[in-house]
Design a protein around this ligand. Structure first.
Ligand SMILES: Cc1ncc(COP(=O)(O)O)c(C=O)c1O
Length: 493
């Protein structure tokens, strides 16, 4: 476990070390019952005083993450998501002698939950396969594999196949996203775009502002660069630019990460004026913006009525926005394909990083999807799905209004695939997971959406992943579980 400390940071050294260890424990990277280095070993390794090391362990104990047994040491308490040892014969005891650099993997920790069979999954942010245009995708793949089998035997250009990029550019134009193939880079999902940005621009000592709560896959990726993450709250109009302004005299920001359309997890849509304010802030303070947009097509009715603001990238006048366009949320999560758009020398740097990461995304896949993106049926089919999902979303919100205890706060409106629910303070949704599994549902605890010390009374549910027949059952179980938690808390007060 390599612990990085930034001695110039305005976060105390004690808190930095606490967070490094706490996030590893919360992600399940350090297993239950693991014995942490002694106070003296920790102090020597990170070059801190014995008192500071002692305080770190006290904070871990106080937050229920470890237990210090006098005369024996500090041990990790039972972690909810520990994955089983894939090979019990592998007894190599390396963790104290060979430092690893992985500080956090909360997304992994949730997906590694061994869900009991038949559990109703309200966690995965996917659209149920019956709603996806799978026959269109199938036909597109079949046609290309028959007509251009040579694509299986070649590398693609690092930036992506030219014909694929041309097809995608035409598709994006229909959504009013005007980009040229020279601005685009094909990635293995937008998660890879986040990773390429991180490798290229973020390092120890840098600070990136992240909207908070924030997509945990992005937090995990940024943490890998041992960068400082500055949480910035979101409201119903998106990231709070007024708070960025307040912090600007004290913190030198290098970049801002945002999901302006269907923020994950709150579902906020950033208003046009907020988008303009954010861009002005970035220009004034010379900050990069990483814009992540996986949900635009799900808001077809807003697009048709011209009330969905353009991506920041389309409003950007000097090329400081790096734009990630995802397809997983309405087309093909399993194909792992996304796009990155950037300009000038920023584009060149990211392209170089892509060449190092994987020598380019699979050629056959890009060739296979050209007919799909050229098909006039594609947008019709996405529009249909978006309308069906609008109806479903309304009915889910109505069900929650009916079934949930009024003390549980839920949004009246929400874009994207999820809903963010807040329980009264004092109820820890991490602790509700075992009982949720026992009753047959799974959701994401809110704690994984925080870059630092988490708020623990929230949860995210995704209402698009289940079949029509299963969703009402799942919501009923979930509401009863949450109401029981509220009643237990009320009775114990
Ligand atoms: C905001 C956000 N960005 C990126 C991703 C990753 O998407 P992809 O499948 O394109 O890598 C997700 C998936 O959950 C997401 O919600």
């Amino acid at each position: 476990m390599k612990i990085s400390v930034n001695r110039q940071s305005n976060v105390s050294i004690r808190e930095q070390i606490y967070l490094e260890i706490a996030q590893r424990i919360r992600s399940g990277l350090i297993e239950s019952n693991f014995k942490l280095p002694s106070v003296r070993e920790l102090a020597n390794e990170v070059n801190i005083s014995l008192v500071t090391a002692h305080h770190v362990y006290k904070m871990l104990d106080n937050n229920g993450l470890t237990e210090t047994i006098r005369g024996k040491g500090t041990f990790v308490r039972s972690v909810k998501n520990t994955t089983p040892n894939s090979n019990p014969a592998a007894t190599f005891d390396w963790q104290l002698s060979i430092p690893d650099y992985l500080p956090r993997a909360s997304f992994w920790s949730q997906s590694s939950v061994r869900l009991p069979p038949n559990i109703l999954d309200l966690a995965s942010a996917c659209v149920h396969p019956s709603l996806l245009p799978i026959p269109l995708i199938q036909a597109s793949i079949r046609q290309t594999l028959e007509n251009s089998p040579h694509a299986l035997g070649q590398y693609a250009n690092f930036q992506g196949d030219t014909d694929f990029l041309l097809a995608v550019v035409e598709y994006l134009k229909i959504l009013s996203i005007q980009l040229t193939p020279h601005q685009l880079l094909v990635t293995n999902g937008t998660q890879q775009g986040i990773d390429l940005f991180t490798r290229t621009f973020l390092g120890p000592g840098d600070t990136i502002a992240v909207e908070t709560p924030c997509f945990s896959g992005a937090i995990d990726a940024f943490r890998l660069s041992h960068v400082n993450l500055q949480p910035i709250p979101v409201d119903t109009n998106g990231i709070r630019v007024d708070i960025l302004e307040d912090l600007a005299p004290y913190i030198r920001l290098k970049a801002i990460y945002t999901v302006p359309t269907g923020q994950n997890p709150t579902g906020a849509i950033m208003s046009l004026s907020r988008r303009q304010d954010l861009l002005s802030f970035a220009r004034e303070h010379n900050v990069l913006i990483l814009e992540d947009e996986p949900h635009r097509e799900l808001e077809m009715s807003r697009i048709k009525h011209s009330i969905l603001p353009l991506p920041l990238k389309m409003l950007d006048t000097d090329g400081r926005v790096i734009y990630l366009k995802g397809f997983s949320k309405f087309l093909f999560p399993g194909l792992r394909l996304g796009l990155l758009a950037a300009d000038g020398s920023i584009y060149n740097r990211l392209l170089a990083a892509k060449s190092i990461a994987d020598l380019g995304s699979p050629l056959w896949l890009q060739k296979s999807l050209i007919p799909l993106f050229q098909s006039t049926q594609l947008l019709r089919s996405i529009s249909k799905m978006s309308t069906l999902l609008d109806t479903r979303r309304k009915s889910v919100i109505q069900t929650l209004d009916c079934l949930l205890d009024p003390s549980i706060i839920r949004p009246k409106q929400s874009a994207g695939l999820h809903l963010w629910l807040s329980l009264p303070i004092g109820i820890n949704t991490d602790c509700l997971i075992p009982e949720a599994h026992r009753r047959g549902v799974h959701f994401l605890p809110g704690s994984i959406f925080y870059p630092g010390e988490p708020e623990t009374n929230h949860l995210r549910i995704c209402w698009t992943n289940l079949a029509d027949v299963d969703l009402p059952k799942a919501l009923e179980i979930l509401c009863r579980l949450l109401n029981d938690a509220v009643n237990t808390k009320t009775n114990s007060n």
